[in-house]
Design a protein. Structure first.
Length: 277
């Protein structure tokens, strides 16, 4: 999807290898109010460098583009070294709509039931052909405009679109499965029944009990049986994590998803979902 002009901190220092970027390289950015991730990839698909920024407090939406400009200049000294840009919008301002009911003129109408809208909001959407659905969401318009001004046309997607697509590919052999993806203080959940997507959402949590509560509530809401599903866990979590151990004490059918889990490159953890863009 081509972009349209409508619409305290912890820093990981970039390595000196960033100076080796060639004009044939791509820049992938995941942008949210709490976290930025930048990855540069060469024409062969190899990761050149990556850069993660976590904010102690969420950035106001009106300030995200300004903060992105500062951090991106710090990471990437020469914008002309990149010939392709992909943006991943990382927020909870999205909803799935059946393809058969979708009308692009009604995007904001779909969102108003789950998202607090303000004047001048504009919506975007991603097609998820595998499940005949459309993911409607609010982009960061100021970020889009900033990237367009500096790089020209670029592709952008919502994070949940890429995560759902990756779940579909990894769960084709399992009849009933649930994917949990942990990112900082939130996690994504995707539930399949008889290989059909039944539910998707993202939740903020503070404790391991919160995680279990949101999982069970999701199953109850959709009248599904928790004991009949396989849990596949990915993201910022491993088998020794308190959350994983806690969940395993309630549900034995649980494992780390090798297909979706984050990857390690040069001792840095990279969210594998964003590499699907």
């Amino acid at each position: 999807m081509l972009v349209q002009t409508e619409t305290g901190q912890q820093l990981t220092m970039p390595s000196l290898e960033i100076n080796k970027i060639e004009p044939s390289n791509s820049l992938i950015l995941k942008v949210g109010s709490k976290h930025f991730s930048f990855v540069t990839v060469n024409s062969s698909g190899e990761i050149i460098d990556n850069y993660d920024i976590t904010f102690n407090n969420p950035i106001a939406e009106t300030e995200i583009a300004k903060e992105l400009e500062i951090k991106l200049k710090f990471f990437l000294n020469d914008f002309s070294s990149v010939n392709k840009v992909k943006l991943i919008v990382d927020n909870n301002l999205s909803t799935l709509v059946p393809e058969s009911l979708f009308d692009k003129k009604l995007c904001l109408e779909y969102l108003k039931y789950s998202v607090r809208l303000v004047k001048n909001d504009s919506a975007s959407f991603d097609n998820i052909d595998e499940i005949e659905a459309v993911n409607v969401y609010l982009p960061y318009t100021n970020v889009n405009n900033y990237l367009f001004d500096n790089f020209g046309s670029f592709d952008y997607y919502h994070y949940s679109t890429l995560f759902i697509k990756k779940c579909i590919k990894s769960s084709h052999k399992i009849k009933n499965s649930t994917n949990l993806n942990f990112r900082g203080d939130c996690f994504d959940i995707v539930i399949f029944k008889n290989k059909k997507l039944m539910f998707h959402n993202s939740f903020n949590y503070k404790t391991k009990e919160d995680v279990l509560y949101f999982i069970l509530s999701s199953f109850l809401q959709n009248k599904l049986k928790f004991e009949k599903t396989y849990l596949f866990v990915s993201g910022e979590i491993d088998e020794n994590d308190d959350v994983f151990v806690f969940l395993k004490s309630f549900h034995r059918k649980i494992s780390i998803s090798k297909q979706i889990n984050s990857i390690t490159d040069k001792n840095k953890i990279i969210d594998s979902v964003i590499l699907c863009a």
